[in-house]
Design a protein around this ligand. Sequence first.
Ligand code: 4AD
Ligand code: MG
Length: 480
Amino acid sequence: MQRSEIIDVLQSNPSPNQILVSGWVRSFRSNRFIALNDGSTIKNVQCVIDFENFEESLLKKITTGAAITVVGELVKSQGQGQSVEIQVSNVEILGEADPEEVKLTILSPKKHSLETLREQAHLRIRTNTFGAVMRLRSKLAFAIHEYFQKNGFYYMHTPIITGSDAEGAGEMFRVTNLDAKKPPLHEDGSVNYKQDFFEKETNLTVSGQLEAETYAMGLGKVYTFGPTFRAENSNTSRHLAEFWMIEPEVAFNDLAANMDLAEDFIKYVIQYAIDHCQDDLEFLENRLLEEEKNKPQAERSEMSLRNKLRFVLENNFVRISYTEAIDILKNSAPNKKKKFKYLIEEWGADLQSEHERFLVEKHFKCPVILYDYPAKIKAFYMRLNEDEKTVRAMDVLFPGIGEIVGGSQREERYEVLKKKMEVMGIPEEELYWYLDLRKFGTCVHSGFGLGFERLVLFVTGMGNIRDVIPYPRTPGNAEF
Ligand code: 4AD
Ligand code: MG
């Protein structure tokens, strides 16, 4: 007999034909009602069992966490909460779950904190919250590919092991297979990477941008979607050491076109989630409501999760320059009352997440694109403006998240780029190929990077980035 998935079963009409479903027992009530889940949907199918007709020894094995197969007839439900249920004629226990041991895990049917769930990340996918988050994560990834493929972009795979530091920030994980105890040394005592696997120093990529630029110069419109790694010691709810980034790069696009692309793209994937993930979003919306009941009134969100998503779709992102933002921040109440941890005193200050969130959540109350940042606080590859002080950078800031996208128009002028690299101490020998792009048919081009987990955070309403990736890597933690 072919197995049916619960998502389809729940949408079927009652029928005298026997069906077969498999799943994990979420609960078994009154020796009669099994709530069964197979991951295809957040919803459980209720399986009704006439205990009089089954062996006591079998019934005892239907416990929370066990994997079972049931065969039965799909009938109209007598109870509330579902329109159909399975009248069970046969049960097979596939994998038992000892109740005494289950009690010690997050599979036990009581409320567990997100911290406890994190410690058992291999089991947390069996909870409603993580099922919903990870189904959404998968759908969002698909929507991202769909958006770019529909719009004529080519998906390219940038290398994960590289010799370059795309952001020039030095936050890289080294890749080596030298003996850590006694690496080959130069005469001066420094490690001789000539004897390493790649015969040079290599690291895990912090961004695929530079290689994506090379392909945009041939394919026109490309995007990457892959893992990136940052050895920054930021223990926040917004940072991971390993995260996934989407990086489109477009030849002939200037900064304004880059902003249009970012806004259109983000709106597309959010709309996709609303259209395709209704049950999971409804669950997460209620989860958030419950969670917020424990917060003081002032900290609760004014909008429900789905209203927040719709709000993003229905409003234009505000676009303001860094200079305008600094003026707003300087004169803001939290700055004057010294409520910011980092006070804004002068033009040129780097914006912290408290500033970004003030602009988005308190001042404009909608997503904001900040552009034309001081050259000094941005990466070497950004296009210098005529004022010679600012670069054509853009950050998209989101409520509850802060920076969700970082991008720019790229410096396409050979001499200007070369000089900038020199000043910033970026070795030309390593990036000769990047400079070559500016020698052979250079042109205006732009791109950006969207942090996938930050998008998933926003769409799911979760509060910590560790809860939107299956196995988070953060300082001091690489379990599983
Ligand atoms: O602003 P970032 O560093 O920009 C770049 O890497 C550019 N090369 C992108 C480009 O223009 N192609 O990172 C881009 C985005 C951020 O806006 C943020 O959403 C996310 O990546 N991000 C992180 N997400 C999770 N954990 C971290 N440690 C992150 N660092 C950046
Ligand atoms: Mg950034």
